[in-house]
Design a binder for this molecule. Structure first.
Ligand code: T6T
Length: 315
């Protein structure tokens, strides 16, 4: 179950297929392995990757599994290794399970760049590029603090343990919530990246604790499902929902008032910088081991601003 990327990047850098290239310099072959296929976050990253690769005269292939799952990502990575790219940009789906498969790629002489997620030991990579996920989780709690100044119960809807990004967001949120005595942190429940599961987590939680004042959903599909759960419970506007990411469904939920704030990452920039680091490594230039990219909080008030529009993901 391998999906080839076919991102509609909305610029002339998109050749319409999975390969962007020209003739220049090293004519490097780059491969992008997404955390999961069909995710607006990785699709937007693919756009940044293709755009930058085209400038460098490099070619790109993009692949991702149907689920965010290391047992599915590993064989995809292995087939990518067999195709002998010069560099692989990869979002590992688990901090430990992907360690060895990625080390195997490095052992073949392939340069590794970690984009978005990382590993327990990121030293296999020439560079690791991601948002400040802990700060993002904290910012999500601060948004709920503003929306519900009297405090109350708050819940986390996470993805699955072992994903560096969402684990850091969940922890950033939990630590901030626990530090404010007005709030009661109800813990985090995992959606396995399935919107239907996130919806049922939210429905059940609202039945058990109808006085929940805030929900933090730590990625796109958890947030999408959480919004569905809120609608099913008829609680739009009564519970403050803050979601990570800014895919099209999430923007709609913000517009219709089901969700109050979104923390938009900059996946395109992660992709651009990922290519730059890969090319530097291939040319024997020095790398930046860790790069942190920015994020923007979007609310109903800023959604139509230039900043809000620029922050929305491409899908
Ligand atoms: O939130 C992003 C990404 O940063 C995370 O690692 C996994 O989920 C997303 O791809 C959104 O679905």
């Amino acid at each position: 179950a391998v999906a080839l990327g076919a991102a509609a990047c909305g610029s002339d850098s998109d050749s319409g297929g999975t390969t962007a290239g020209g003739a220049k310099d090293g004519n490097y072959k780059l491969a992008f392995v997404q955390g999961v296929a069909g995710d607006a976050f990785y699709i937007t990253m693919e756009c940044g990757i293709k755009e930058e690769a085209a400038k460098e005269g490099a070619t790109v292939t993009t692949q991702g599994a149907q689920k965010f799952d290391p047992t599915l990502q590993t064989p995809i990575l292995q087939s990518v290794i067999a195709s002998k790219p010069d560099a692989i940009l990869i979002a590992p789906t688990d901090v430990s399970a992907m360690q060895q498969p990625i080390a195997q790629a490095k052992a073949q002489g392939i340069k590794i760049v970690l984009v978005d997620t990382t590993l327990n030991d990121p030293s296999v990579a020439v560079s690791a590029i991601s948002s400040d996920n802990t700060a993002g989780g904290k910012a999500a709690f601060e948004a709920i603090q503003k929306l519900a100044p009297n405090g109350g119960k708050v819940l986390g809807v996470g993805v699955q343990p072992g994903i560096s990004t969402t684990d850091a967001r969940d922890k950033g949120f939990a630590d901030a919530a626990k530090a404010d005595s007005k709030f009661t942190y109800l813990g985090v429940q995992y959606s396995q990246n399935d919107p239907a599961k996130a919806a049922s987590i939210v429905s059940a939680a609202l039945q058990k604790d109808p006085d929940i004042v805030g929900i933090f959903a730590s990625n796109l599909f958890s947030a999408q499902g959480s919004a569905t759960g809120i609608r099913q419970a008829g609680k739009q506007g009564q519970v403050n929902v803050v979601g990570f990411d800014a895919g099209p469904e999430q923007i709609k939920a913000l517009q219709d008032g089901t969700v109050q704030a979104l923390i938009a990452q900059q996946p395109g920039d992660i992709g651009v910088q990922g290519v730059q680091q890969a090319i530097k490594a291939l040319k024997g230039e020095s790398n930046e081991a860790n790069i942190q990219t920015g994020s923007t909080i979007i609310t109903k008030d800023t959604i139509d601003s230039a900043e809000g529009k620029a922050a929305a993901y491409k899908a």
